[in-house]
Design a protein around this ligand. Structure first.
Ligand SMILES: *Cc1c(COP(=O)(O)O)cnc(C)c1O
Length: 409
């Protein structure tokens, strides 16, 4: 057997894999890794057909969506899912409202403008979320000009860690005859979303966030009402690869466990998708969100112990999927590199207004079931702060985690 070059052998022996704690991609479960770690299967393989069909059924459960809703899974990411929603639902000159809570809401607004929509944005200062009253006032103003086609919002804006409550927004949209569309990329499977109960029209995500897969899949569930809106378009059809009408027979076939083809799905990821969805749904969607809430609450205590303040300005706006944390006085972006030197990868800032003032730690999916990972993350942040010359109580921060800091658990 050929010997590995000396340096590679050395690296493999001594350097443990860093822990990936960014807001996607995330650490995935061993069962998920096992499921996709196979030679590429055909999109017509029985195993892929079964995994695809089962995934569509499981998505309705996770989304808490009605039986008549339509799940879609495509090769792509969160941005492709956003584009698909916009391209199918919105035609030029139509009026839409965007609730803007940061970087990804601005991206959505730009997509809508490119689609030719008349876009009104309700914004709030960084770290804030517009109130239901402000949003309703904007809807009233917009409704005076004519019908409103859609209300678009980001459930958790990954650039600020601000989490909006989608329920009142979905209800407001209904009252004003608009479709409600939510970017749930950083929220699905971490924050509660009740598609049927709230009568929401579209909830989208990507595989590399709390869904717990590698990047590569765009996922969404669409209401009957939204499907009807696509069918009754007046003007041109959407680009083919984004067009629901192209994909509906494909999704239908997979759900009936029949082979079909329009454009090749990411077959390895499809094999892993039902594995992750079953893990997420093992105790029901509520239990999974409760776990995110419990760990996020424990982490908030630890961050507080370390003197780290969240970017969201009110407790009810703080997401359970990630922590966006302001650098304390005297600390700058070099902290992220020092945390990496401790073996944990976290993310820098993303919102253009405060980019150099904060960092982000993702806490979604599999890592929540591994207290050792949570503990390692807090220790790395604490040691990195201490390495910057601050008086830091590393043990105190770990103790603040309570049961989630118990590496032996
Ligand atoms: C990550 C993210 C996106 C973009 O997803 P990509 O897969 O990177 O295209 C969109 N919206 C939100 C809220 C996100 O967190």
């Amino acid at each position: 057997m050929a010997r590995l070059p000396h340096t590679v052998e050395f690296a493999a022996m001594t350097i443990a894999k860093p822990l990936l704690m960014i807001p996607g991609p995330i650490e995935v479960s061993p069962a998920v890794t096992q499921a996709f770690s196979v030679p590429p299967p055909s999109h017509l393989a029985p195993s892929v057909i079964e995994a695809f069909g089962a995934s569509l059924e499981l998505m309705r459960k996770l989304w808490m969506a009605p039986p008549e809703s339509q799940p879609f899974v495509l090769a792509g990411g969160g941005t492709a899912a956003m584009e698909m929603a916009v391209a199918n639902l919105i035609e030029p000159e139509e009026r839409v409202l965007v609730v803007n809570t940061g970087y990804f809401s601005s991206r959505l607004a730009e997509m809508l403008r490119r689609q030719g929509a008349l876009v009104v944005e309700v914004e709030a200062p960084v770290g804030e979320g517009p109130s239901a009253q402000e949003i309703e006032a904007a809807l009233v103003g917009l409704a005076e000009l004519g019908p409103i086609k859609g209300l678009f919002a980001t459930h958790v804006d990954t650039s600020t860690g601000v989490c909006l409550d989608p329920e009142p927004l979905a209800r407001l949209a209904r009252r004003y005859g608009a479709l409600s569309v939510f970017d749930g990329v950083c929220a699905t499977a971490a924050e509660e979303f009740r598609m049927e109960e709230w009568d929401a029209d579209l909830y989208l995500t990507a595989s590399q966030k709390a869904i717990g897969l590698p990047p590569g899949l765009a996922l969404m569930v669409v209401s009957e009402r939204a499907l009807a809106a696509r069918e009754s378009r007046r003007a041109t059809a959407p680009p083919m690869v984004l067009d629901w009408q192209q994909w509906l027979p494909i999704m239908g076939a997979y759900e009936e466990r029949r082979p079909s083809y329009f454009s090749t799905p990411a077959t390895n990821l499809i094999l892993a998708l039902p594995v992750s969805l079953r893990e997420i749904l093992a105790d029901g969607p509520e239990a999974r969100c409760d776990l995110h809430r419990s760990v996020a609450t424990a982490l908030r205590r630890a961050w507080q112990e370390l003197g780290l303040e969240p970017v969201p300005r009110r407790a009810e706006l703080v997401s359970n999927a990630l922590s966006a944390l302001r650098f304390p006085a005297g600390v700058d972006g070099s902290l992220v590199g020092r945390i990496a030197a401790e073996g944990v990868i976290v993310a820098g800032g993303l919102h253009p207004e405060i980019r150099g003032e904060y960092f982000r730690v993702g806490h979604m999916g599999y890592c929540l079931t591994q207290p050792a990972m949570i503990r390692r993350t807090v220790e790395a942040v604490a040691k990195a702060l201490a390495a910057g010359g601050r008086p830091i109580d590393v043990d105190g921060a770990v103790e603040a985690l309570g049961e989630f800091g118990d590496a032996a658990a």
